[in-house]
Design a protein around this ligand. Sequence first.
Ligand code: HPA
Length: 271
Amino acid sequence: MLNKIKETADFIRSKVSQLPEVAVILGSGLGNLADNMDVKAEIDYHDIPNFPVSTVAGHAGKLIFGFLGGKYIMAMKGRFHYYEGYDMKQVTFPVRVMKDLGVKTLFVSNAAGGMNKEFRVGDVMVITDHINLFPENPLRGKNYEELGTRFPAMTEAYKKYLINYADEIADAEGLRLMHGVYVGTPGPTFETPAEYEYFRIIGGDAVGMSTVPEVIVANHAGMDVFGLSVITDLGGKDIDYVPTHEEVQQAAEKASPVMVKLITSLLSRLN
Ligand code: HPA
């Protein structure tokens, strides 16, 4: 694994003239963040050694390097989902590569179903914490001390100072910004009404099929993480409506301006 990380990072280093300290994983709602970037370089996943290739409709696969909010960043357009059949090491491999490239701060975004009764479709939620319900932890197996400690703490998996910045930006801009706990499930099924209810009872505010693996590895690697969910549908015991993948994407598109504004302003606040 260590050799693969190095090989991939070396390849990327040979393709870009500047290396980023911030990376953004573009989930639903942030897919067009790149349109706002001053792009300097793009690399197709197909061309990157050891990189898995994304298969889901609406998730293009490339790394984009350039400026946003005055910061030079690396954006991952298209992520790898566990439900596609990748194992947890494949899903999180790009985060290992980011770390090798010198990334210190990771922004993640996703689409999620809301269980919190205050939430509305199209809301944006700052992830304050998560509950990992994936059947496997990406850190299972041999631990490489070079990459991180055997038993990493997860007490501040999403950094409070970044959450505070986001709240200040939302206040200043008059944006409706919710807070909540993200429940990460393997998917690909959406939840039954009873499952949404169960996730609410155990402390979840939103549920989705991504993010948790990458955030675990980013924390293992000592990165500061900030996450946003766009609430694309609502679930609970009185709600029997099941969204289609297209509806989830449409709801995510609607929230896109708020997400882009938050991420751009956050970037300009980073040191
Ligand atoms: N459940 C799981 N994943 C999701 C949902 C949901 O309701 N909405 C968008 N992604």
